[in-house]
Design a protein around this ligand. Structure first.
Ligand code: HEC
Length: 148
C-alpha cells in the first residue's frame, strides 16, 4: 500500500512537471509571436511606408523587442527541450547542444536592439536602424529555429 502511494505520488509529480514544461514552452512561443508582431506588423510596415510613422507605436514595439532580449536567456530552459508547441516553428536541439553559441546570438540581438533604440526618433532613423535588428533575428533563427 505504502509503495503504491509512492508510485502514485511520483506519477502525479511527473504529470505536474509535464504541464509546467508545456506552459513554459507555450510562454516562450507567445513571447516570440509578440516579437514577430512588433517587427512584422508595426516597425517593418512603417519602414516600407505601408503605415504612417507613429512614435507611440514605435516606442511600444521597441519595448517589446527589448523585453524579449531580457527574457531570451531564460526562455529556453533544459526542461522544454523536445516539448512540442503548436505551429510551424520549433526550437532546435542545438539550443541546448551549443549553449555558448546560443548565448552569443542573444547578446548580438540585445546589442542591436539597444543601439537601435538609442538612435530611432523619426522615420529616417527608423529606416536606418530596423534592418540591423532584423538581421539578428534571422541570425539566430538560421541555426536555432526549425521550420517544421
Ligand atoms: C537568440 C535566438 C533568437 C532571437 C534573437 C530571435 N528569435 Fe525568434 N525564435 C527563436 C526560436 C528558437 C524560435 C522557435 C521556438 C519558439 O517559437 O518557441 C523562434 C520563433 C520565432 C517565431 C515563430 C513563433 C511561432 O511559433 O509562431 C517568430 C515569429 C519569431 N521567432 C520572431 C522573431 C523576431 C521578429 C525576432 C527579432 C526581433 C526574433 N524572433 C529573435 C529564437 C530567436
Amino acid at each position: 500500500m505504502k509503495r503504491m502511494l509512492v508510485v502514485a505520488g511520483a506519477l502525479l509529480l511527473s504529470v505536474g512537471a509535464g504541464i509546467a514544461q508545456q506552459d513554459v514552452a507555450n510562454q516562450t512561443q507567445t513571447t516570440m509571436k509578440a516579437t514577430g508582431r512588433a517587427l512584422g506588423a508595426v516597425l517593418s510596415p512603417m519602414v516600407k511606408g505601408e503605415k504612417p510613422y507613429d512614435q507611440a507605436a514605435v516606442t511600444t514595439a521597441l519595448g517589446q523587442l527589448e523585453e524579449t532580449a531580457k527574457k531570451l536567456p531564460t526562455m529556453f530552459p533544459e526542461s522544454i527541450k523536445g516539448v512540442k508547441i503548436e505551429g510551424d516553428y520549433s526550437a532546435s536541439p542545438k539550443i541546448w547542444e551549443d549553449k555558448a553559441g546560443f548565448a552569443a546570438k542573444i547578446e548580438n540581438y540585445a546589442k542591436a536592439v539597444t543601439e537601435a533604440k538609442a538612435k530611432i526618433k523619426d522615420l529616417d532613423s527608423l529606416k536606418a536602424n530596423v534592418p540591423a535588428i532584423g538581421k539578428e533575428c534571422s541570425a539566430c533563427h538560421e541555426t536555432f529555429r526549425l521550420k517544421i
